[in-house]
Structures are given as structure tokens and as C-alpha cells.
Design a protein around this ligand. Sequence first.
Ligand SMILES: [Zn+2]
Length: 486
Amino acid sequence: MKWNEVRCPIIKKMKIYNSMNRQLEDFVPLNPEQVSIYSCGPTVYDYIHMGNARTALVTDIIRRYLVYRGYNVKLVQNLTDIDDKIIGRAAELGVSAKQLAHQNGEAFFEDSQRLGIQPADVAPKATEHIPEMISLIQTLLDKGAAYVIDGSVYYRVNQFAEYGKLSGRKPEDLLAGARVEVDERKEDPRDFDMWKAAKPGEPSWESPWGRGRPGWHIECSAMAMKHLGETIDIHAGGEDLQFPHHENEIAQSELATGCTFARYWIHVAFLKIDGRRMGKSEQNFILLRDALDNYPTEVVRHFLISAHYRHPLDYNQESLAKSEGALRRLNNCLDALKKYDGQFEANGTGGAALQDAIQTMKSQFITAMDTDFNTAQALGAIFTLVSEVNRSLSVSDEADAPALAQAYQALTESCQVLGIYGADVERSDEGDVEQRDQLVNLLLEIRQDARSRKDWDTSDKIRDRLKELNIEIQDTREGATWKIVS
Ligand SMILES: [Zn+2]
């Protein structure tokens, strides 16, 4: 069974911590049939690091769990493929901004897939939504909420009375925290650009205000509303995006439509490394693809959800080793349980204690996930049951077979919702092939050494044993070669 085929058996009220109101709230989607989620995707100037992966994975888990809860979900996750950082990095590398954004966009999809993240229903790119952004900016100009200076368009913050409601910042804090490079031409230092007049050599598009490119915040407002409508259920992103990015998205969207832009705001805490925030600007980060080269998908997933998403999580060897150990315990347990799968009808009256433990796990798992997607507690429930099962298996009483079958089903179901068992990842076997080639070449070298010592026994043994593995050695004047035979 796959993650999207299992359904939660109990329906109570789910609660989500809404950053807008800074409290846990009952989750009631606008449309009971379909939950809409917008998640701010990466700015594709480089590969994504583990901090970015945490946000992407939390979104994936939220979606999986809502599906498990019986909701249909439409997830939109954008790519910011035009931005100062992309232009800057492309210039450094001597490639076009378009080419760099394309390569890193593809790398992002590849890395996400390797982490077992289900693709978003829509993955809009900013550069493919310029007309929608222009039209939104025009609406704001028509409403007097924006002004043009030398081909750039600025949002007039004082026109939106609720500005600061998400970040909880007061106007005076906002003034102090305004952008470092204060543009003297702005009416108010808090005003931000929605359209940037073209600079020589930079990518630009036609607009009513002359050639230019969109600002980052207008991209998300325009793409979210185009694909999900004026009001969305859940808007997710990293906690660093709360201000100014999300505050500005709200200001633009709500002033334009007069509707609530997003009903639940979810902000994922930073990932830390050596106690400091993991980030590109801090120069301390681990790329997701490097982590996935060193650890299996499920281990990386386990690590990233081992803390609740609103709590800090520290990346270090020790925490990854803990996740590795946990996954080993889980897999050993499930391997041992597998033979009982389906044996619900087996004769047996034992296993009452185990059946209690299964019910406890199920209800604790759902309570944890229902309470703001608390994956840390959900994992705790799973591993408590793993210990119970191991205790039961150690006394090896076949009378427990039906309970063991139930344990197998309950554990695989919960683990699949979290994607830590049998993650639906198409694994590349390139690494395995490379390793096999190196091993065969090593054996050939050893055989060559044996031959030069006239140790024909060893030489023949290597040749014959490889033959059994469908690897045929041919001795030529240039030395031995090998090929795979079927
Ligand atoms: Zn965004």
C-alpha cells in the first residue's frame, strides 16, 4: 500500500498553530472537499540546503497527513526564477540568469524526489506569470495603493491599515527595520517595490511602466491567487519569510481583493548547524543532495521530522547517527513482523497486551499529528510500539500471530504517512554500478598479482567465482578484461 491509499480511522478536530493569531486553532478548510496550500518555494540560484529541505518536507508531511485525514489537497509550490541573487550568481558563473535558474530548478525537483517529496500539483515559475503580476500591480495603482518612480512601482504601505499584523511589528519597529539601502525617492521607508525598472544587462519584461522585472513579494501574491483563488487555506514557508515577505504578500493581496489572503499561516523553524542557523548567507550549510549521498532517504526524513516543525533542530553527526539507529530498529522490527502480515485469522488468543499497545499507538499518532502536525510525538508513539513488538517477538509465541499481523499493519501505515518506510523514491542505481565496477577491477588486480606469482589456483578461483556471478573474464595481450554475460 502507498502513502496516499491509507486513511485515518478516527475523525476528531485537527488543530493548527496559526502564526497570524499566534495560537492553536481548529482547522476548518474553506471548502470541506479540498484544502488549498501555497508553500513558498526556493529562489533557484543554487542547490537547496538541509534548512530549505526542512520546510519542503514539512509541507510534504502536512499534505500527506491531510490526505490521510481524507481531504483532497491542492498544493502549489512556486519557484522564484528571477531575483537579484540569480542575476548576481549567473554573472559570476558567466551563464545567463535563465540558464542558471533552469538548471537549479531541475536540481530542486530532483533533490525533492530523492527525499521522497511528492511533487506539488502546480509548480509555477515567476517568469511564466509576468502578465498576472502586472495586472495585480495595476489594480493596486488604480486603488491608489502604489506609485511609480522612474519606471519602478512601489507599494504604499500606509494605505493598508493592517500592515504588520502577521509579524506583530509596530510601525515604529517597521521603520527601524526597513531595508538597509534606503531609497530616498520612496514616500515612506516601509514602502517596497513590486516592479523594478530594468537595469542594463539584466533580464527584463515589457510593462505599462517600461521594461523591468517583478519584485519577489508580488510573485507569490500573483501565483498563489492565480492557482488557488483569492483566499487560500494554508500558506507555509520558512520562519525567515514571515517578515517582510509574507507581510508584504498579505498587504498586496488583501488590498487588491478585499478578502483574507491566507487563513492559516505556518512557519517552519530554522535548521541549525553547530548551534547557528543553517543558511547560505552564513556560509554554513549542508546541501540536501550531499546528505542524501551519505544517508538513505528515510534516515534524512526521520532526522528532519524528529523535532516538531516550530522547534529548532540541530544538524550534527550525532543526530543523524540517532536517526540511522532508529531506522535500523524500525526496519529490523518490520522485517521480523512481515511474515505475520495477513495472519489475522490465525489461531491464537494471546497478544492482548500487544493489541492494547497497537490501539495506544494509533490514537497517540493521530492525536500528535492532529495537534499541529507534531511529528516528534508521532515518532515517539511509533517507537514505543516497536519496543512492545520486540518484547513480544522475543518470547516468540505463535499465539500472538494475529496481534503481530495487526502491529505490522499499524506500523507500516503510520510510517508511510510520514514517509519513513518504503519512501516512494525511484532510486538511481548509478552509485551501485560504479561500486560494482570498482570491485570487479579490484578482483582482476588481485588475480593479476596471483598470476605473476604463478598462483594458478587463486587465479582460476577468481575467474570461476566471477563466472558464477555472470561476470566473464577474458585474458588478452593487453591484460584481462571483463563483461557481464546473461
Ligand atoms: Zn513566497
